[in-house]
Design a protein around this ligand. Sequence first.
Ligand SMILES: [Mg+2]
Length: 295
Amino acid sequence: MPSSRADERAATASQALRASQWEPAIPEGTRRWACDALQRFPRGLLTDIDGTLSPIAPTPDQARLYRGIRPLLRRCLDAFDVVAAISGRPALDARRLIGLPQMTYVGNHGMELLAPRARIPAIAGEARAFEGAIADALHEARARLSGHEGGLLFENKGVTASIHYRLASDPEATRAAIRRALDPLARRRQLRITEGRMVIEIRPRVDLDKGTSVRALVERHALACALYLGDDRTDVDAFRALRQLRAEGVSLGIAVAVSHAEAPAALLAAADITLASVAEVPRFLRWVLGVLQPA
Ligand SMILES: [Mg+2]
């Protein structure tokens, strides 16, 4: 049956609207699949913070949300059943940076959970047992690196610790020096060393990371759809968890990589959608909100 003139007009208007709006640069099949997944309930928006919602700053304290992000996250709180930030920062620090107490915050790479409006985070008991060992390892590493040139920032976050070397004049040599100092200390204390963007992390040897956090949130809230945004190596664990949950038929996860000059190949390889930079994140969230609440 031929379509009516009204239908044709509606189709033309919708095409014109789409042409005027920003859309992620993805194949049509992926776009349709993502739009369909986003219609499922309950749905969650899970996101990393540094390098994803905020441009990387010289020090963690100087990080600020990219312009326009906070009001968009507020709108996402209405459009999604769960909105959670999953970060290497302590959960309270993550909430301070985002400034929305209605959100859920998973801090210290999955070892802390700060529920909406909660006063203090719940800390995984098995991780807490390592707090003393982490403080000792950080202290000793600092002493060993005291002869090193400046530009190092030591951060004790309780159940994890970080050594930032972004401000070092020769980051690659500094990275190697930190590993030389830290690796034997960590081995002796049953600690794990992981790396991110100009940061080396000291973590307890427990099975908790951004991947286990994503799985826990999806299962706790029975999320039929989970959208995850991240920019770094530790986010690959989250992407893999989404893929596994999809394979198990538990949830449709959409993995969104926020790219940058040194984006890890594993992150880009595991992503369903890749955004060019943090600057594209507000446009992407606006597009997602448009898909969820068509005008
Ligand atoms: Mg990040």
